[in-house]
Structure formats: C-alpha cells, structure tokens
Design a protein around this ligand. Structure first.
Ligand code: FAQ
Length: 334
C-alpha cells in the first residue's frame, strides 16, 4: 500500500524569474486573491496538486465513514443512533462534493477510486485507527472533526473556486459534527467512574493521531511551500496544529479530562501551549500502510465498490434506455 505517490512536480517553489509569462500572470492573479475557475488556464503542477489534495480529502471523507459506521448498530440510544446515522451520511455527501470539485480539473471519479483502491492515493492517517468503545465516537467527533474544521475553515479561502465553495458547506456540517462529539464526551465525562475512564482512554488513544492529521512538521512537509504560494493551503501544518492544541486544551479541562502529554504547558511568551510532537515514526508507518486498520479499511472500500457494481451497471443501462427512447420515441413505443 502507498507504494507510489501521485506525482505533482510541485515540491520546488518557482521564483518569478523562472516562470513563463503565463505562469507569472497566473501567480499575480493568486496574489491579488482572485479565484481560479475550472476552464481557466492553470499550470499543470497546480492542477495536479489540487487533484492530489482534493482527491485525498474526498477519499478521507468516504473512508472516514467506516470507523463511525461501526457503531451505528450499537449506539446507546435511539437518539444517538439517529444522530450518528445522519453524521455518517453527511460524510458521504462531503465526499461527493469533493469528488465533483476534483472532476472539474479533468479527472474522473472512477480514476480517483481506482487510485485509492490500488494504494496509490492516500486518505487521512486518522482513519486507520480503530473505534473500540462508544467514547471513541465522542473522541472522533470532538478531536477528529475538530482538527478537520481547523484545517478546513481556512480552505474556504483557497484559490480554486470549486474547492473553496465545497468547503463552505462542509465546514457548516463539520461544526455540528464536532458539537455532537463533544456532547458525547460531556455525557461520558459526567457519568459513572467507568464512563469517565472510557472517555479518558479515548482521549489518550486519539490525541496523538489527531495531531498527526495536520501532516508532518513544516520542515518535513514537501508540498507546503508551493501549495501556500498558490494559496491551495492557507496555513502551514505546524500553525494549524498549534491552533488546534490551543483550542482543545481548555475543552479537555472543562470535561475534567487530562491531555496525555506531560510536557504540555502554557507559554506566555508565544501566547500558546508548548506540547510534545506526536510519534512521527508511527505516522510514517501508518502512511506506509502499516497502521492498525489500513488493510481492513481498504478492503472494506474495495468490497463495497465490487458489491455495488451491479447497481452502477443498472443505472447506466437505465439511462441508456431512457436516452434511446428519447432519441427515437416512436420506435420505442412500438
Ligand atoms: N494522512 O507535504 P505534506 C475529515 C501526506 S477530513 C495521510 O505536508 P500536504 C472529515 C501528504 O499527502 C481529513 N497522509 O502534504 C471527517 C503527502 O503525501 P503525498 C482530511 C498525509 O498535502 C471527520 C506527505 O504526507 N482532510 O477528517 C497526512 O501539503 C470525521 C507530505 O505531507 C484533508 O484532506 C495525513 N494526516 O498537507 C470524516 C484536508 N498528512 O501526497 C469522517 C485537505 C500528510 O505526496 C469522520 N488536505 N500526508 O504522497 C490538506 O490540508 C493537506 O493535504 C494536509 C497535508 C494538511 C493533510
């Protein structure tokens, strides 16, 4: 798995004097804050970088349904079940908006699916961890959706129009998701000692993986510099990670839970927390396909795709029949 990266040729930031007149005019549009729209000229590497990022993002939404879907049949009340079901359906919708945004760049959804299934395209590392208890569903909503929002709110201002517009709706829904997660955590943290211990255990297991969602440290991030110059990314990985920690630490305190980091301290001078880096060797192992659930997640997606083939074929056959009937109404009536 992940044997090969989708090459974007965008790891080196080109200076203005290395650019063609077309590229320079494009960069100036970006610098002025203009949105780039699908049919407009764009450098090939900009297009490929967007396909890589939007495609990975779409795959994350779809694979991200699996850890939570696992708990729909076991949610503790009917109300919790209905809420979780709606959330998991929202993630499918996010995947669809994002696949549509990627399609405007000239790649089909089938091609992206094939890249995911063959392990050539990534999805977020976080979804390779298991959800062992109901408290994990709270932790996913609180921390995973919390990290996703932190990353995605700035992406509403990203330079590519269809991606920025998809983000606006996604962020509204993610905010709701995060609140439902926090609400589960609150209930658990204020419950019996056993429930509080489950909430603490979920925080202990999801804290590090949530920090990894923002990507490697800035010095290890191969794409950040060029992506930020093109405003595909608005903030660096470390900036967003810092903001996430600063936002989440008081929330944990309010829950009466302890962030599993003995080095965590408020640093008055920088106006933020000092905190321990997550275990980057674990992160790179997960990216290499060796996380706790990588194989299970990918095989679930491949199985769903294969099991749904008859349905997709039925839809195509039906639409061909309707088109043929429209083209020759009299012949079809006979
Ligand atoms: N997992 O040079 P950078 C969600 C890869 S949505 C896996 O820093 P970049 C909703 C990266 O692709 C969560 N791979 O890369 C939800 C690159 O590899 P490549 C998804 C990662 O792109 C909630 C290499 O490492 N969100 O959770 C990760 O500039 C609950 C070098 O890294 C998005 O996709 C990772 N964590 O920055 C759903 C947001 N981090 O491609 C269900 C949009 C890095 O060269 C339930 N994406 N890599 O082979 C982004 O903002 C960026 O792509 C980053 C990575 C920040 C993720």
């Amino acid at each position: 798995m992940y044997a090969q990266m989708v090459q974007t040729d965008a790891t080196h930031v080109r200076k203005l004097d290395e650019m063609s007149p077309e590229e320079r005019a494009f960069q100036e549009r970006i610098d002025r804050g203009e949105k780039i729209e699908p049919k407009e000229w764009m450098p090939d590497a900009y297009r490929k970088t967007l396909i890589r990022q939007i495609g990975q993002h779409a795959h994350s939404e779809i694979v991200g349904q699996l850890p939570e879907g696992n708990w729909i049949t076991r949610a503790p009340t009917l109300e919790r079940k209905a809420i979780l079901l709606a959330k998991v359906q929202d993630e499918a919708g996010h995947g669809l908006y994002l696949y549509c945004a990627a399609e405007t760049l000239g790649v089909s959804r089938d091609e992206l699916t094939e890249l995911l299934h063959s392990g050539k395209m990534k999805y977020s590392s976080i979804f390779n961890y298991p959800t062992l208890t109901w408290a994990d569903i709270g932790a996913v909503g609180w921390l995973v959706d919390g990290a996703a929002i932190m990353n995605q709110v700035p992406l509403q201002r990203t330079s590519y129009g269809p991606y920025a517009r998809a983000m606006i709706r996604i962020c509204k829904e993610e905010s709701f998701h995060q609140r439902q997660g926090y609400d589960i955590m609150m209930k658990m943290a204020q419950g019996t000692p056993e429930q509080k211990a489950m909430a603490q255990d979920a925080l202990n297991r999801f804290w590090g993986p949530a920090l990894m969602m923002f990507g490697p440290s800035d010095k290890e991030s191969v794409h950040s510099a060029q992506s930020m110059a093109w405003k595909i990314k608005i903030n660096s990985n470390d900036e967003l990670r810092q903001k996430f920690v600063d936002q989440t630490v008081p929330q944990a305190k309010y829950l009466g839970l302890t962030v599993p980091d003995e080095t965590l301290r408020w640093n008055e001078e920088k106006g933020g927390h000092d905190f321990a880096e997550p275990d980057w060797s674990e992160f790179f192992e997960v990216l290499a396909g060796n996380g706790p659930c990588n194989r299970e997640r990918l095989s679930a997606r491949v199985k769903a795709w294969e099991d749904g083939a008859w349905f997709r074929e039925g839809l195509v056959a039906h639409s061909e029949k309707v088109a043929a009937r429209r083209a020759a109404p009299r012949a079809a009536a006979e």
